[in-house]
Design a binder for this molecule. Structure first.
Ligand code: 5GP
Length: 190
């Protein structure tokens, strides 16, 4: 998606060799016009997937996920992060190791909000090692729901998330694909 690539070039800041900071349009301050364009694009890409619901993880997945859900005219659910968990029968849970924060979060979704047989579109801001998406897939599996696609705003192709998802045989669409960071510059994949 050209608009997003241009915004990344303009406002993204490369931290070390693996992390991109995009906190002035996605991860802290949010650009609603760009989020809407991204939501429309995900809706176009998954138009034939018969999506019943969009699922993401708080907090940075929420903005792109809500605009995607709006464009698809379906509800959006976000998994909540909990540091500690008293096991409850009312929730689906998964452990997600955060690549950027280097800590494990329990993510939880109330059982009322995913029904067996529902067709879920998973949305997240970044795909790095695939742990966040993997956690959402575990929740979908526990709920007997079907993952019909994964929409990623920014995929880093040099990390192992994509290979993990390809093994799971799930359709993945990324709006921007980054092949490398070189001397503080973003190199996009073809
Ligand atoms: P994964 O679970 O695929 O390893 O990492 C995805 C999660 O880590 C995303 O939800 C995102 O919050 C965070 N993340 C991974 N890589 C980056 C990055 O380069 N920049 C930012 N801002 N967040 C990232």
């Amino acid at each position: 998606m050209k608009l997003l690539e241009e915004r990344i070039k303009q406002d993204g800041r490369v931290i070390g060799t693996e992390v991109l900071k995009v906190d002035n349009f996605l991860n802290h301050q949010v650009d609603p016009a760009l989020m809407k364009a991204m939501g429309d694009e995900f809706a176009r890409l998954f138009a034939d997937a018969k999506v019943d619901k969009v699922l993401t993880v708080e907090s940075s997945g929420i903005a792109p996920a809500v605009f995607t859900a709006l464009a698809l005219n379906v509800p959006m659910v976000f998994a909540r992060k909990k540091k500690s968990l008293t096991l409850s029968e009312d929730h689906y849970t998964a452990d997600v190791y955060s690549f950027t924060k280097q800590e494990t979060n329990h993510v939880i979704v109330d059982k009322r909000f995913i029904q067996p047989g529902e067709r879920l579109l998973l949305i997240d801001d970044f795909l790095a090692n695939g742990q966040a998406v993997e956690g959402m897939m575990q929740i979908a599996e526990a709920a007997d729901a079907e993952v019909v696609g994964v929409g990623i705003v920014i995929e880093k192709t040099f990390q192992k998330g994509r290979a993990l998802l390809d093994e799971r045989d799930v359709r993945v669409e990324s709006l921007a694909r980054i092949a490398a960071f070189e001397d503080g510059e973003v190199i996009f994949a073809d």
